[in-house]
Write a protein that binds this ligand. Structure first.
Ligand code: HEC
Length: 288
């Protein structure tokens, strides 16, 4: 294999290795970026939902209590969980694909029933009480999503009025939700989890596109550089060496001794040409 082919091969292999590393790294960085972004979004959504719950509890519920009879209970006006769920359903009209769920093992409202994956999450929180959140990626209804979850604990006796013994629960609640499910929760038990799902398919597609573009641009650039190197080697190394080799061959046969060697090359090739030129002059002298 000639100098040209060998140099191009080595540089080509190195170049394409570099491109592969750049492609893989850029893909991983973009995916990480997309996940960080999804986490920030999930935190904003969760905090906003918590704020609507809190507003209901601190501001609206005390006012409503003053306005209604003591034993009445209107979930839409008095339950933070109902208002958070209802508000998010409206939010979803603008952002389909974003999901906020108060996933519960044994809920009053079947809409809050935990899926299999969510039950696993809640079990995880149950087994490890020090765990304050959990996050990751999964496929939900065939879509790639990022999820962020926080445990919901029965952390106050007041919860048990509506979720404990069914006989203590407000009549209005039993009328709306029935008496079968969502009761007999225990104090300090982790019964549910707030779970936010953020769609990530678009971000993953964008990450793939970006790294593919980088790889294509890089590969194009490398091919261009290899072509330039090919022509450079051809003109300044290979051709002069071939010419010098031909002249030296001639000298060895005693031919063409009168024509001086003219080389425009500098550096190593120039030095070689000068040495052969001196050899030619010495040969002539010797022959004389
Ligand atoms: C005055 C009654 C009442 C009290 C007190 C109450 N809840 Fe609820 N809770 C409800 C109702 C009604 C729903 C149904 C929400 C819906 O329709 O989405 C609910 C829903 C929930 C859900 C969603 C799962 C489900 O059952 O549908 C969780 C989790 C929950 N409550 C936890 C708590 C916790 C924890 C406390 C105490 C801090 C508490 N609740 C206090 C009435 C109450």
């Amino acid at each position: 294999m000639g100098i040209r082919a060998r140099s191009i091969l080595v540089m080509g292999v190195l170049g394409f290795l570099a491109i592969a590393v750049i492609g893989i790294t850029s893909y991983q960085l973009s995916i990480k970026n997309a996940m960080d972004e999804a986490k920030i979004k999930s935190n904003i959504i969760l905090n906003y939902a918590m704020a609507t719950k809190k507003y209901m509890k601190l501001v609206q519920k005390p006012l409503v209590k003053e306005l209604i009879e003591a034993d009445r209970f209107y979930p839409e006006l008095m339950s933070g969980f109902v208002s958070a769920r209802g508000t998010f359903e409206l939010f979803q009209e603008s952002y389909p694909g974003y999901i906020f769920k108060q996933a519960t093992i044994d809920p009053l409202n079947p809409a809050n029933k935990a899926s299999k994956e969510e039950q696993v999450l809640i079990d995880h929180f149950r087994r490890d009480p020090s765990l304050i959140s959990s996050e990751g990626q999964l496929t939900k209804n065939g879509e790639e999503v990022f999820y962020f979850a926080q445990p919901i604990k029965v952390d106050s006796k007041s919860c048990l009025r509506c979720h404990g013994n069914v006989n203590d629960a407000p009549k209005d609640q039993i009328e709306i939700y029935g008496a079968e499910a969502g009761y007999n929760w225990k104090m300090n038990d982790t019964v549910a989890a707030f779970v936010i799902y953020i769609p990530t398919a678009a971000a993953i597609t964008a990450a793939k596109k970006l790294s593919l573009t980088l790889v294509l641009i890089g590969a194009g650039g490398i091919i261009l550089i290899l072509l330039v190197i090919w022509f450079f080697l051809d003109r300044s190394v290979v051709l002069p060496i071939v010419q010098l080799a031909r002249r030296t061959e001639d000298f060895s046969l005693g031919e063409n001794l009168d024509a001086p060697i003219e080389s425009g090359s500098t550096g190593e090739i120039g030095a070689l040409a000068q040495a052969i030129e001196r050899l030619r002059i010495s040969l002539i002298k010797l022959l004389k």
